[in-house]
Design a protein around this ligand. Structure first.
Ligand SMILES: Cc1ncc(COP(=O)(O)O)c(C=O)c1O
Length: 403
């Protein structure tokens, strides 16, 4: 029968405790969500600064719709690019001290576009990619980048997570044939582990090897740095040191979409050769406008301080409760369970206590590292954090099966 692998694949996932399905959120207010008539404190949102529902950003989106309409009506190189898109790009370029910025509909599309435009030989793309080009990426980089790299014409090599000795070895092995183009790629803050890349060492190594360094700062942008400009700001990194910066708006900024920042030539090259950009309807202008208002919002700075306090409070209470956390100082605080079914069971038990903590399982994370991925936000009160730690203690310590 045609496509009979579909049912087999679903059955396999079901039997391994790895099947995915939706949880329909009926309403959300502050840190609370309502699913199937039950109310939970939400510890599974990337809305780190609680900007998603702020009246400022919501009103800006409404104002943007009044001004520009609901959709953009065309791809950006036809008639979908407005002065709202331009204003957002120019603001980002100036804040991040990059020559130029380009908006994408999602971080997924942006990562794929970078790999495709730089490393694919297509009918349309005039890329100079040849088979010796190399992408050297951290083992834990997001699927949107890794899968883009896998289908490109570059050779993909992956270094052990945050292991600069291994990166050095791979650069050494490749970097000597100087006809090749090498891209070193990492995340500012790792999406599933919450730890940060050793950026200073990576900058030096990439420079020595004449490679470009790319940072995906989806989880650092907005949340880290005095001005919320992410790891570029916390490490004071220039465009020369990090030629490609990608970050998203769907997390700390509270809207949706993404951008890539870099040199004039690199961004002009993407405008001309990145299929995900050229052949896709532009993000609504209202979204670009709301995103700009969110980026400029004065309350973000105060919310970053609250978030930092919540992270400290959680780590301290969790340590006191004997919970074993990963080495993360960010809003992403994973508790590794090591087994998909047990991680799901723990998540279900937490739900009974009114705590929503999603179990993240293979293949989103490596095998045997299935986990509860706790995300903290500025919307959480200290009592929410206390309730979470109490709940984790009850659920994890009560069960001998679960660490
Ligand atoms: C590190 C990282 N990069 C890229 C993306 C994709 O971004 P978007 O949700 O905007 O597609 C995500 C997650 O969503 C992510 O965690």
């Amino acid at each position: 029968m045609a496509f009979d692998f579909i049912a087999t694949a679903l059955d396999k996932r079901r039997s391994e405790g790895l099947l995915r399905s939706h949880n329909t959120v009926n309403s959300a207010a502050g840190q609370m969500i309502e699913i199937d008539g039950q109310h939970y404190i939400n510890f599974s949102s990337n809305d780190y600064l609680a900007m998603r529902r702020s009246s400022l950003v919501s009103q800006a989106w409404i104002d943007g719709i009044s001004e520009y309409g609901a959709g953009s009506g065309a791809s950006p190189l036809v008639t979908g690019y407005t002065n709202a898109h331009q204003a957002l790009e120019e603001y980002l370029a100036s804040e991040l001290k990059r020559d130029k910025v380009l908006l994408f509909n999602s971080g997924f599309a942006a990562n794929q576009a970078i790999c495709q435009a730089l490393f694919s030989k297509g009918v349309f793309s005039q890329s100079h990619a040849h088979n010796e080009d190399v992408i050297i990426a951290d083992k834990l980089m997001h699927a949107s980048f890794i899968e883009g790299a896998q289908v490109s014409n570059a050779k993909l090599m992956r270094f052990k997570h945050n292991n600069t000795e291994h990166l050095h070895m791979l650069l050494d092995a490749n970097g000597t044939q100087k006809k090749t183009n090498t891209l070193v790629a990492t995340e500012g803050v790792f999406s599933m582990d919450g730890d940060q890349a050793p950026l200073y060492t990576m900058v030096t190594m990439s420079k020595q090897a004449d490679a470009w360094l790319m940072i995906d700062d989806a989880h650092g942008f907005g949340a880290l740095g005095k001005n919320g400009r992410g790891v570029i700001e916390t490490h004071n990194l220039s465009q020369q040191q990090v030629p490609i910066l990608m970050a998203t708006f769907g997390k700390a900024i509270g809207t949706a979409g993404a951008f890539v920042a870099g040199s004039h030539d690199f961004i002009d090259y993407l405008i001309n050769f990145a299929r995900h950009y050229i052949y896709s309807t532009a993000m609504p202008a209202a979204q670009a406008y709301a995103t700009l208002i969110s980026l400029q919002a004065k309350q973000c700075s105060e919310r970053r301080s609250i978030l930092a306090q919540r992270i400290e409070q959680f780590k301290w209470l969790a340590q006191k409760a004997g919970l074993i956390l990963m080495p993360s100082n960010t809003a992403i605080q994973p508790l590794v369970i090591g087994d998909a079914k047990k991680a799901l069971a723990a998540s279900e038990k937490l739900k009974l206590l009114g705590l929503w903590v999603t179990a993240i399982r293979y293949p989103t994370v490596p095998k045997y590292t299935d986990r509860l991925r706790i995300t903290l936000t500025a919307g959480h009160e200290i009592r929410d954090i206390e309730a979470l730690v109490d709940g984790l203690q009850i659920v994890l310590h009560a069960s001998k099966d679960i660490k």
